[in-house]
Ligand binder design. Structure first.
Ligand SMILES: *Cc1c(COP(=O)(O)O)cnc(C)c1O
Length: 287
């Protein structure tokens, strides 16, 4: 198993946010993973399987965290990593992380979708394994987070809230919970093409159909958020609970804040990545 010690992240009670929203609120702190995001859960499995299949390298397109994670696990496995990003659209810390562990970072003049196309082409042509979330090993690995939540809480929460970028994480949580789903409350950026929450800067969610299915089966809600709503939720997590996540990570809380939630319900907000990744955005928090 190729591992860096991913998973088993804290589930933190959030007393001030609970009081503010009249619910029993918990934070699943995925920034505590080895490269600072939940992507490590899926990457450990995907890279392990890539090695088993005799791959020489892995490739992905990324808004940043998939790149940082793929790069680290590839280095750990002795594999080559190529990552495609959209120029100027990735937080500085994430590019630095990928480069630090030796990844070949290729910035392209185009959108995330263009980068995705490039990654798939390289996988087809060069025998690299694509480790984007279209790779089922990623989903399988990320499903562990749902089982952890149930274990840590002692039951399935009433509500699971998380950011919605491409939707891979939503699908993975649904797989992990199995038959008994919590109500999914998803937060997406109104300005998908240029939101400051760069981890969810994805115009065409690759898992859109499956996400629709999860929302339907769980009686869930999709909330479209303004930049102000995203920023406000991010500030609340930091100021009220002392947890410094990256901007996209607070989208689940922003969605809870913007939707009607029955008093006293148990709500788990998944904080997907660490605040240290995005020093430019972080200047807004201090303002
Ligand atoms: C990847 C990522 C997301 C979006 O997850 P999807 O599976 O694409 O919906 C949200 N937040 C952070 C920090 C991420 O790295």
């Amino acid at each position: 198993m190729i591992t860096l010690g991913e998973g088993n992240t804290p589930l933190l009670r959030a007393p001030r946010l609970s009081e503010r929203f009249g619910v029993e609120l918990w934070l699943k702190w995925e920034g505590a993973n080895p490269t600072g995001s939940f992507k490590d859960r899926g990457m450990a499995v995907a890279v392990t399987r890539a090695v088993e299949r005799g791959a020489t390298g892995v490739v992905c397109a990324s808004t940043g965290n998939t790149a940082a994670s793929a790069a680290a696990y590839a280095a750990r496995a002795g594999l080559h990593a190529v990552v495609f990003t959209s120029r100027g659209a990735v937080a500085r810390g994430k590019v630095a992380q990928a480069r630090a562990v030796g990844a070949d970072v290729r910035e392209i003049d185009g959108t995330f979708e263009d980068a995705h196309r490039e990654a798939r082409r390289l996988a087809d042509e060069e025998g690299f394994v694509n480790v984007n979330s279209i790779n089922p090993d990623r989903i399988e690995g990320q499903a562990s987070a749902a089982r952890e939540v149930v274990q840590q809480l002692g039951r399935v929460p009433d509500i699971l809230a998380l950011p919605y970028g491409g939707g891979g994480n939503t699908v993975a949580y649904a797989v992990g919970f199995g038959e008994r789903l919590p109500r999914f409350v998803l937060g997406e950026a109104d300005r998908r093409e240029d939101t400051f929450a760069s981890a969810i800067r994805i115009v065409e969610p690759v898992h859109r159909l499956e996400v629709g299915g999860v929302l339907k089966r769980s009686g869930g809600t999709l909330v479209t958020l303004s930049e102000d709503q995203l920023e406000e939720a991010w500030r609340l997590v930091a100021r009220e609970e002392g947890v410094f996540c990256e901007p996209a990570s607070a989208a689940g809380l922003a969605a809870v804040a913007a939707s009607v939630t029955a008093a006293g319900q148990s709500v788990v907000c998944v904080l997907t990545g660490h605040g240290l990744k995005d020093p430019d955005a972080t200047e807004r928090l201090a303002a």
